[in-house]
Ligand binder design. Structure first.
Ligand code: GLU
Length: 419
């Protein structure tokens, strides 16, 4: 697939064009934003445990670096390709701009199903991938982080490989590392915590009070879904449904989140979770709940199933879980949508804190991190809400508009090289 052909990339460009024309974005700036700055495709050959060699396709795309070094996750998933990675890199540009970080947008990944590889094979894959993209990453160039299929261990291997190549430890080359090798407190939960903060900001605007009458369904009970569920449960909300790749589970009185998360963290699949009603993922998405949090992957709500969605609020925990068409159908019904580049920005915000802490070798406490995270998200939420009212557009378009305003100013000041 060519660089700009994937549905995700096309969706991002359409959203860019629409929001740009509403806010009067300088066409010269839009012309530049439609194309990624740099895209690298690499072969990642590794020796499997059975002695044979297998080659995987790896990618790193840097979309825009006007605001600072590239920032964005590394995804290990069979669906990863160059164009999807480029689309996700573009979303990172807008996400970082929206929440006011001095960072640009990038994304990387390998087309692989990590569950089919042993720990040793995954380590080899990560180290070879790092070596292959090493020339375009670095603490001042582009700083990867975890995404779907990768975690703190992946980042530790990445950091170690990069540091071996340099000859000294470079903690600032990636974020999302384990705490003992330069990670930040709060980073692992940051995306989910940010989702819970945004749900509260939106509830306030809707006149909804989060409490024991609030029902929540979470599609994707993983790195984002679990901490979001924990925070909302702690505020009294009832998490009535959760799901993973194996299916969804439902309990009208609220699922025991601690039991469910210790079950899944031990490798259990939700289809085997006892004492709950088992439903399909499609049924979960159509539940009549107050809040629906799609926190798994892109493209789960499309024009095909958008009509079935009954939730009053949708918090996009994943990147692009609602297609552009789905958003238009759902926003018309009056559903409050918290767009992904705002809703899941908690992860990259605390990544930014981790990067800063790593550069200074001075670490902050958790309260400081969570309160700064709250304040940055609150400001961004208000900016988006203001654009939503001022331009009379849905929250998704409003988020793009708010992001473009910052990016446009910066791109104008920096100008176009060589002039
Ligand atoms: N992969 C996450 C995202 O899509 C986090 C990126 C980061 O922390 O750099 O926002």
């Amino acid at each position: 697939m060519s660089l700009m052909e994937s549905p995700l990339y096309q969706d991002a460009v359409k959203q860019l064009e629409e929001s740009a024309s509403i806010m009067g974005l300088d066409p010269n700036i839009m012309e530049r934003l439609k194309y990624p700055k740099r895209a690298l495709q690499v072969a990642v050959p590794i020796r499997l445990d059975d002695g044979t060699v297998k080659t995987f396709q790896g990618f790193r795309v840097q979309h825009n670096m006007t605001l600072g070094p590239g920032k964005g996750g590394i995804r290990f998933h069979p669906k990863v390709d160059l164009s999807e990675t480029a689309g996700l890199a573009m979303l990172m540009t807008f996400k970082c701009a929206l929440v006011g970080l001095p960072l640009g947008g990038a994304k990387g990944g390998i087309s692989v199903d990590p569950s089919t590889l042993s720990r040793q094979e995954l380590q080899a894959l990560t180290r070879r991938y790092t070596t292959e993209i090493n020339m375009i990453v670095g603490p001042n160039i582009d700083i990867p982080a975890p995404d779907i299929g990768t975690d703190g261990q992946t980042m530790a291997w990445f950091m170690d490989t990069y540091s071996q190549l340099k000859g000294y430890t470079v903690p600032g080359v990636v974020t999302g590392k384990p705490i003992t090798v330069g990670g930040s407190l709060g980073r692992a939960e940051a995306t989910g915590k940010g989702v819970a903060f945004c749900v509260n900001f939106a509830a306030e605007k809707m006149g909804m009070k989060i409490g024991s009458n609030t029902t929540v369904a979470i599609h994707g009970f993983g790195k984002v879904g679990v901490p979001a569920a924990e925070d909302l449960r702690d505020q009294g909300a009832k998490i009535v449904a959760i799901s993973d790749v194996s299916g969804a589970v439902y309990n009208k009185d609220g699922i025991d989140i601690d039991k469910a998360s210790s079950f899944t963290k031990r490798g259990g699949l939700l289809k085997d979770l006892p004492n709950v009603e088992h439903i399909s993922n499609a049924e979960l998405l159509a539940l009549d709940v107050d809040i629906l949090i799609p926190a798994a992957i892109d493209g789960v709500i499309t024009e095909e199933n958008a009509d079935t969605v009954k939730a009053k609020m949708i918090a996009e925990g994943a990147n692009g879980p609602l297609t552009k068409e789905a958003i238009e159908i759902i926003a018309k019904k009056g559903t409050f949508i918290i767009p992904d580049i705002l809703c899941n920005a908690g992860g990259v915000i605390v990544s930014y804190f981790e990067w800063v802490q790593g550069l200074q070798n001075f670490f902050w406490d958790l309260d400081q991190i969570n309160s700064k995270l709250h304040d940055i998200l609150k400001d961004a939420f208000e900016n988006v809400y203001e654009a939503h009212q001022e331009y009379k557009v849905d929250m998704k378009k409003a988020a793009f508009i708010a992001a473009f305003k910052r990016l446009m100013r910066a791109m104008r000041y920096r100008g176009l090289f060589p002039g």
